[in-house]
Design a protein around this ligand. Structure first.
Ligand code: M6R
Length: 615
């Protein structure tokens, strides 16, 4: 939440910062602002609303040229999305400007203290106190990095801060605790950003910042210290995708592009992870096989769409390894005193690697002695850095707020983890692993085929755009798919949508069924005369008898559902456990099209931000 950019170099800082903010707008779009040191002072501009408002302001009232600058795109926490609450925030003399991501939990006493010393704090934000404290500390030491260290030691909560000072015009200083901040290293120019996407057009060389560190950028280079001033060890890395991966590439939205990229994302996530003998080699999983053999419980923690991937992982992990697996919303996990020990493997799933709920849950798990394996799409982010091991998904950058390709690759990673555990424990052998991996490899083509048959789904979505409610039903792994279909529709179309386990229908939800209510049903495979399939056919008949308009997602060749489906969406036949990889795709397309038909902006749904970096 909130996107931050800082720049020191020889280009126009404003151009670099504005282009960076454009790429970070997915992190929040309540307001945007910039500040540059110029003419012995600071020049700033900020506007409520999307970046386009700031752009307009800057074209009407240009700021002076500068080679140092900072910028911010906001997801509001403290104070509404107004010009006054927009970042950057300044001290009363207008000498220091600061941008912030996170929540400063002790801002109220700090604010009272500053007010007592005569400071005027006109905004409603928690951030403003930092500008005032920095100004005070800078007046004592004339060193912005030192001033930042002194201020950070007084702050509680989660924060990334980036600041400039009129009296140190060639310096940008940043600090991080719990929220993301990466350094970009170019030729004689340096960048700070919440995400590498902001500077990927300039450099692919990045430096990870650790917890409680302060970084100073100047034309001479980058200096990183702890909050106590001791020099810090940092990890440099090369970003393995380029600027074109974060462009729309001719698609009307990032979401459409990311849906279309799913076959490749799935294939890339599998690449090189199994050898000819069927042995999985997950090099990044640095937990020794001996330790994995001892594992007697798996707990999956995640939020939102990643949580739905976790629900599906449970079926695979328990089936293939016979280890009990619990799946828990990360936001609930640490508050219920979960039972964890050294034999518990916690799997933390996160696209961004920055979700605060998941991060706090994994810290709790490690404090209790459990080992944590992260499944993550973002190299160098906090969650993999704080885990014992990581399995990266290779979806490439996901920009649209609604998660699509990340979800499919999270599923692939979960299947790989389940097989790997099975391999370590001896419940899965080379030939079986090879078979599943071969099935998984075939899924990429199956997803491609699904994508080629989506026109009727789009038509259906448009025809349902006026509806108030859509329900989703599924059984077994189809249940999390139903939950995911409902989540997509809620966040994109702002409709009432709910997912249910179809078996629960008669325990209450069936009362919701009324004439012409659209109900999407994810039907399991009928092969092997599956009991599950028979049950869902009965469920479809039950809701149809009560007037529901049934939309059935069913495997090719499943004729039993045909008489009861008002709309039939075919997906290729797959092994049951892998069906979510194909069955989810029509639901993504459905939600995207329906939201578009309602006039909503699918890449930036209201009230949301892509990375939820506050609890
Ligand atoms: O970055 P993460 O995977 O940790 O994010 C978790 C959720 O915030 C995320 O999946 C969210 O639910 C998406 N907007 C759903 O489309």
């Amino acid at each position: 939440m909130c996107g931050i950019v800082g720049y020191v170099g020889s280009q126009s800082a404003l151009d670099v910062v504005m282009a960076g903010l454009k790429r970070l707008e997915y992190r929040g779009y309540d307001s945007a602002g910039v500040a540059v040191p110029a003419d012995g002072g600071l020049a700033t501009a900020k506007r409520a609303g999307k970046l386009v408002n700031l752009d307009k302001e800057l074209s009407e009232h240009p700021l002076p040229a500068a080679a140092t600058g900072i910028g911010h795109t906001r997801w509001a926490t403290h104070g509404g999305p107004t010009d006054a609450n927009a970042h950057p925030h300044l001290d009363n003399a207008g000498r220091v400007a600061v941008v912030h991501n996170g929540i400063i939990e002790n801002f109220a006493p700090l604010r009272a203290e500053l007010a007592e010393r005569g400071h005027d704090l006109p905004s409603e934000t928690d951030t403003e106190v930092v500008a005032h404290l920095l100004a005070e500390e800078f007046s004592g030491c004339a060193d912005l990095a030192q001033a930042m260290r002194l201020v950070c030691r007084r702050l509680e909560g989660a924060f990334t801060l980036v600041a400039v000072h009129a009296d140190a015009p060639d310096v940008v200083v940043g600090a991080r605790r719990n929220s993301p901040l990466v350094v970009g290293v170019g030729e004689g120019e340096y960048f700070l950003a919440s995400d590498v996407a902001a500077f990927i057009a300039h450099t692919r060389d990045a430096v990870e910042l650790g917890q409680d560190q302060v970084v100073e950028l100047s034309r001479d280079g980058v200096t990183v210290t702890g909050f106590d001033g001791t020099p810090a060890d940092v990890r440099s890395y090369h970003v393995d995708w380029d600027a074109s991966a974060a462009e729309k590439a001719g698609y009307a939205s990032f979401m459409l592009k990311e849906i279309a990229e799913q076959p490749k994302a799935v294939a890339d996530t599998l690449l090189g992870r199994v050898d000819g003998s069927g042995t999985l080699s997950l090099d990044e999983v640095r937990i020794p096989p001996g330790v994995l053999r001892e594992t007697n419980k798996v707990v999956v923690i995640a939020c939102g769409t990643a949580y739905h991937a976790g629900l599906i992982a449970k079926y695979a992990i328990e089936h293939w390894t016979r280890i009990p697996c619990e799946v828990e919303l990360a936001s609930e996990f640490r508050y219920r005193d979960p039972i964890l020990d050294q034999q518990t493997l916690v799997v933390a799933i996160s696209q961004s690697g920055e979700t605060m709920d998941t991060l706090m849950a994994l810290r709790h798990a490690r404090e209790q002695g459990a080992r944590v394996l992260a499944i993550c799409n973002t190299n160098g982010s906090t969650i993999p850095r704080e885990s014992d091991a990581v399995l990266y998904t290779h979806a490439g950058p996901e920009v649209a707020v609604a998660s699509t390709k990340a979800f499919l690759t999270q599923l692939v990673a979960c299947y790989l983890v389940a097989l790997y555990l099975g391999q370590a424990r001896g419940t899965k052998y080379g030939d079986e692993i090879r078979d599943v991996v071969r099935d998984l490899a075939g899924i990429s083509g199956a997803v491609e085929r699904v994508l080629g048959t989506m026109e009727p789904v789009r038509e259906l979505a448009r025809s349902l755009a006026h509806k108030d409610t859509v329900l989703f039903l599924g059984r077994h792994v189809g249940h999390p798919v139903a939950l995911e279909g409902a989540l997509k529709l809620k966040e994109l179309a702002y409709m009432h949508a709910e997912g249910f386990a179809a078996g629960e229908l008669k325990h209450g939800p069936i009362a919701l069924i009324e004439e012409d209510l659209p109900v999407v049903v994810v039907a399991p495979s009928p092969r092997g005369r599956s009991v599950l399939h028979g049950k869902i056919v009965s469920n479809i008949q039950e809701i149809r008898a009560r007037g529901a308009r049934t939309v059935v997602i069913a495997e090719e060749g499943d004729e039993a559902v045909v008489p009861y489906a008002d709309h039939l969406i075919r997906v290729p036949a797959t092994p049951t456990l892998l069906q979510p990889l194909v069955a989810t795709v029509p639901l993504q397309v459905f939600a995207c099209e329906l939201a578009t038909a309602r006039g909503n902006e699918v890449d930036q749904p209201r009230n949301l931000a892509k990375s939820v970096t506050v609890e």
